[in-house]
Design a protein around this ligand. Structure first.
Ligand code: SF4
Length: 174
C-alpha cells in the first residue's frame, strides 16, 4: 500500500475529536448559586482567576443557552423542583458540576429540608470538595470536565443518552 506524505499544514483527525474539542472549549455555564459557595463561583469569573482562559466565562441565566450547570451551595427541598426544571430545559449534551460539600452531600445541614446530594435528582459529572472550594478548585474541575468531554464525546452526543444521565423526575418525599 502506498504511503502518502501530507504537506506540513495538513492534519488528519476524527470528526468526533473536532466536535468534542469545540464543545469543551465553549462551555456556557448556568450558575445555580444558592449560598456561600456562590461567592467563590463569582470570584472564579472575576479578573483575578478569569475563567475565560478556559473558554467557560459566558455565564447565562437562560437554561436554553447553557450546557454546564454549576450548582454552588446547598439546595433545599423547596428549590429542588426549580433546579430540576432548569436542568431539563438545558439543551443536550449538558454537564453538571456539584460545587462544595453542601451541593454534593448536604454538608453540615443534615436535616430533612436540605437535599443530601443533588446527584439524587440530576446526574453530576464532577464533584468539587470543600467548604467552600477555592476558585482554583472550580477551575480544575472545569479542566477535568473538558478532558472527559474530549475523551467520551461523540458527534451526536449519544453517549449522553445513557439511562444514568436521563434520570426520571423523582418525588421529593419517598
Ligand atoms: S459547602 Fe460550605 S461554603 Fe459551600 S454552601 Fe455549604 S456551608 Fe457554604
Amino acid at each position: 500500500m502506498a504511503i502518502v506524505e501530507l504537506p506540513e499544514n495538513v492534519g488528519v483527525t476524527k470528526l468526533d475529536e473536532v466536535v468534542s474539542w469545540c464543545r469543551k472549549n465553549s462551555l456556557w455555564p448556568m450558575p445555580y448559586a444558592t449560598a456561600c459557595c456562590g461567592i467563590e463561583l463569582m470570584a472564579t469569573g472575576a479578573s483575578k482567576h478569569d475563567i475565560a482562559r478556559f473558554g467557560a466565562e459566558v455565564f447565562r441565566f437562560s437554561p436554553r443557552q447553557c450546557d454546564l450547570m454549576i450548582v454552588a451551595g446547598r439546595v433545599v427541598m423547596k428549590m429542588m423542583p426549580v433546579l430540576q426544571r432548569i436542568w431539563q430545559q438545558m439543551h443536550e449534551p449538558k454537564w453538571c458540576i456539584s460545587m462544595g460539600a453542601c451541593a454534593s452531600t448536604g454538608g453540615l445541614f443534615d436535616t430533612y429540608s436540605v437535599v443530601q446530594g443533588i446527584d439524587r435528582f440530576i446526574p453530576v459529572d464532577v464533584y468539587v470538595p470543600g467548604c467552600p472550594p477555592r476558585p482554583e478548585q472550580l477551575i480544575q474541575s472545569i479542566v477535568d470536565l473538558q478532558e472527559k468531554i474530549q475523551q467520551e464525546g461523540k458527534i451526536w452526543g449519544r453517549e449522553f443518552d445513557a439511562p444514568s444521565r436521563q434520570q426520571p423526575k423523582r418525588a421529593l418525599q419517598e
